[in-house]
Design a protein around this ligand. Structure first.
Ligand SMILES: Cc1ncc(COP(=O)(O)OP(=O)(O)O)c(N)n1
Ligand SMILES: Cc1ncsc1CCOP(=O)(O)O
Ligand SMILES: [Mg+2]
Length: 288
């Protein structure tokens, strides 16, 4: 089911960020700067208007041979022969969208935690969004998931995934360091006076980081494959403490077991992980 999806910089439309400049002009600049997948997202217009915009953006993205994703609406995606649809946790379920879109189009979904990511993977999503990593004016009031969810996704998620939410050239390095290999942005690109340059700079950071990690740290040597609470995980953590940190558990009330033995918290930092280590983090339930 998973079609090969190859992208690094995902750019989403956001017309509020460029009053006085047309959506097509701004998106063409992003495409010239190297955006390699594009999403039409507009929550403020009628479906009829969205359809018209989608048709025009379809023509533009076809010219650049870049996939076009439509936010929220599989019917609009199909009507304009877009490459796929992006769903949220409150939009149509993946199975329903897949039935509408067929096996060859892209179905992506937003996730805000590892549980949702696993569910999306099992339901046959082609990619997932991981975010919002940072607070963002594009989705005001949404709690940031922080880079700790980015690290968790890097350790466990095997389908393509993209970090999104408040990402700029100032914090991209931190997100890449946490394990992201693809970035998505709205305001940092379309709200920039020079969307083409903004794309080029972000793309340089992504490719620079990806190349550095490929050459400086032979990738397979930098990861160990372990099992965490019964699930296979790939991690760069070298100790139990680093693994707990990756899962955001370092200061939570949990007991850690390594290969069936309880490891006291004060020893987590001195307890190395090895290939095949079996780790269980057991949560305390209730009080008393
Ligand atoms: C790539 C990508 N990731 C996340 C989202 C957000 O989708 P959703 O949670 O459904 O919120 P809206 O965008 O519909 O407001 C996205 N659109 N794209
Ligand atoms: C649509 C969406 N979903 C999660 S964060 C987000 C907004 C991303 O926009 P920005 O790059 O401006 O923070
Ligand atoms: Mg949505």
């Amino acid at each position: 089911m998973h079609r090969k999806l190859d992208f690094k910089l995902y750019v989403i439309t956001g017309e509020n960020y460029h009053p006085g400049r047309g959506m097509l002009e701004v998106m063409e600049a992003a495409l010239m700067g190297g955006a390699d997948i594009v999403q039409l997202r507009d929550k403020d217009i009628s479906k009829r208007e969205l359809l018209e915009k989608a048709k025009r953006l379809r023509e533009l993205t076809a010219k650049y041979k870049v996939p076009l994703i439509i936010n929220d609406h599989p019917d609009v995606a199909l009507a304009v022969d877009a490459d796929g649809v992006h769903l949220g946790q409150e939009d149509l379920p993946i199975a329903v969208a897949r039935k509408m879109m067929g096996p060859h189009r892209i179905v992506g979904i937003s996730t805000h935690n590892l549980e949702q990511a696993r569910a999306a993977e099992n339901a046959g999503a082609d990619y997932i969004g991981v975010g919002p990593v940072y607070p963002t004016g594009t989705k005001p009031g949404r709690q940031a998931v922080t880079t700790s969810y980015v690290s968790q996704a890097a350790a466990e998620i095997r389908i393509p995934w993209v970090a999104i939410g408040g990402i700029t050239t100032d914090n991209a390095a931190e997100v890449l360091k946490a394990g992201a290999r693809r970035l998505c942005a709205v305001s940092a690109i379309v709200g920039n006076v020079d969307p083409e340059g903004a794309c080029r700079r972000l793309l340089e950071q992504i490719t620079g980081w990806n190349e550095r990690t490929r050459t400086e740290i032979p990738s397979e040597q930098s990861y160990v494959h372990v099992t965490v609470n019964g699930r296979p995980a790939r991690t760069q953590a070298t100790t139990l403490f680093e693994l707990a940190k990756q899962y955001g558990l370092e200061s939570r009330r949990v007991v850690a077991e390594l290969n069936g033995e309880v490891v006291p918290r004060q020893s987590w930092s001195d307890t190395p992980l090895h290939i095949g280590s079996l780790v269980e983090f057991v949560h305390f339930v209730g009080g008393g």
